[in-house]
Write a protein that binds this ligand. Structure first.
Ligand SMILES: O=C(O)CCC(=O)C(=O)O
Ligand SMILES: [Fe+2]
Length: 316
């Protein structure tokens, strides 16, 4: 059943839903961390998501992929959904508990200097250890890239992800090239013209300039950490050479009243967000991935008062 925007404001399944933990704010998004983000193009904020919420999202990913953490033979499929480990799952209740976590909101709120935000209904990533005997799982290429043509934006644009498990540098960690970000920011980047090759799927750094492994910084952090990066930072994830998979949930927040601050590729107005939430569908930009189930077959996620505002069901 499809609900109208007005009906959605009243339905039972979105009555106030108390989360027992994590009501504290992120007090430690310090000036120092903001400065680190300014200087390097990324920052790690630890202890944002509770261990239980992380493991619930991991469980959701494992159930969807039919993967058992204790049985490595289930980590590799004859026909993987895609070669980069993207998991086309968006509306699982566990994902919503992460998105409406007050600490996560607080971090983005402080970062953007704005209280009225909306949250992306983003997907996840599962990257098992490399297996060179299996074609799709032995790819050591390093697809460092930019996602959005940041030249079109007048203000900083932030992307984000949560490490759902402890992630070390060898474990397919989020990786980036801060030196390129720094040159772009300083106006000294010599390959600006090559950015004209930007297309809707982004741009690989290797198509713009040569670079070496030594230029890449891999970012390790404990489970529950939020990594935020500036869209000007070339980034990607390195191959996993650890014995455990890497689990990530992608998430970002944007100013509710300011569409200009959102990349055009992922823009969702308030009605679209409410509709996707209510109908359990992926945002339009993330539809039609192989293996996607549409609509997603879970119970309607329960939202807190904060969650309802982040979706757009209630006004700020
Ligand atoms: O999986 C990663 O660590 C990076 C993913 C990425 O490039 C993105 O979310 O834009
Ligand atoms: Fe990316």
């Amino acid at each position: 059943m499809e609900l109208s925007f007005e009906q959605a404001q009243n339905i039972q399944s979105i009555i106030d839903y108390p989360l027992e933990t994590n009501t504290g704010m992120v007090d430690d998004l310090t000036a120092q961390q903001k400065q680190f983000l300014e200087d390097n193009g990324y920052v790690v904020i630890e202890n944002v998501i509770d261990p239980q919420q992380c493991s619930n999202s991991i469980q959701a990913i494992c159930d969807f992929l039919e993967v058992s953490l204790s049985d490595p033979s289930t980590w590799y499929k004859d026909k993987p959904l895609n070669s980069i480990g993207l998991v086309p799952l968006h509306q699982h209740p566990a994902f919503w508990d992460v998105r409406q976590n007050p600490k996560l909101y607080s971090a983005f709120s402080r970062l953007l200097d704005e209280t009225n935000l909306w949250v992306t209904m983003d997907r996840a990533s599962f990257r098992p250890p490399c297996r060179y005997d299996l074609p799709t799982y032995g790819n050591d290429e390093n697809p460092i890239h930019w996602d959005y043509d940041f030249r079109k934006k007048s203000q900083s644009l932030y992307q984000g992800l949560i490490y759902l498990s402890d992630t070390n540098k060898q474990q397919g960690a989020f990786s980036c090239v801060p030196s390129v970000y720094q040159q772009i920011k300083a106006g000294t980047f010599e390959h600006m013209d090559s950015l004209d090759q930007f297309h809707s799927k982004g741009l690989f750094l290797k198509d713009v300039m040569p670079f070496s492994k030594d230029d890449i910084v891999a970012v390790d952090a404990p489970a529950g950490s939020l990594i935020v990066w500036d869209a000007r930072l070339p980034h990607g994830c390195v191959s996993n050479h650890y014995h455990q998979p890497r689990f990530v949930q992608f998430v970002s927040m944007f100013k509710a009243e300011d569409q200009e601050s959102v990349p055009v590729e992922i823009i969702q107005d308030r009605h679209e967000r409410v509709e996707c939430f209510q109908t359990m569908r992926a945002p339009e930009c993330h539809r039609n991935l192989r293996g996607q189930v549409d609509p997603e077959p879970y119970d309607q996620p329960k939202l807190t008062a904060l969650g309802r505002k982040l979706v757009g069901i209630n006004s700020w």
